[in-house]
Design a protein. Structure first.
Length: 123
């Protein structure tokens, strides 16, 4: 199984900045990041999230989001793609960074999940 990381943010700057940060510790993982709307405004869109999922080379995706509608779009996309998505309700930066570094180091999905569970945000 191949695993990849997907970042969904309301801000293109947050998405691209986090991707740049992650590349410092995880140069070889499949990583896609999307932020903002087509017109550059703050927000998320189903189409842009779907494209980020489909563009990722991995079949099993660890996904991270910043706010509610980003999560909603990930939920919708998960029902319409053949890829396996695991959506983590953890702090975006810390969660995506930790998962990426562990993935780069060869950690198993279960080991990554165990680390991320310590960061879970309760509803």
């Amino acid at each position: 199984m191949t695993y990849g990381i997907v970042i969904v943010s309301h801000s293109s700057e947050i998405a691209s900045g986090l991707k740049k940060l992650i590349r410092e510790v995880a140069k070889n993982i499949s990583l896609t990041a999307i932020g903002g709307l087509e017109n550059g405004e703050i927000g998320t869109s189903f189409d842009r999230v779907m494209n980020a999922i489909e563009e990722n080379e991995a079949d099993n995706l660890l996904t991270f989001f910043d706010l509610g509608s980003a999560r909603m779009n990930l939920d919708l996309v998960s029902e319409m793609t053949d890829k396996e998505l695991t959506i983590f309700n953890v702090p975006l930066i810390e969660g995506a960074y930790t998962a990426s570094a562990l993935l780069e180091a060869g950690a198993t999905f279960e080991a990554i999940k165990d680390q991320l569970e310590k960061m879970l945000i309760e509803k």
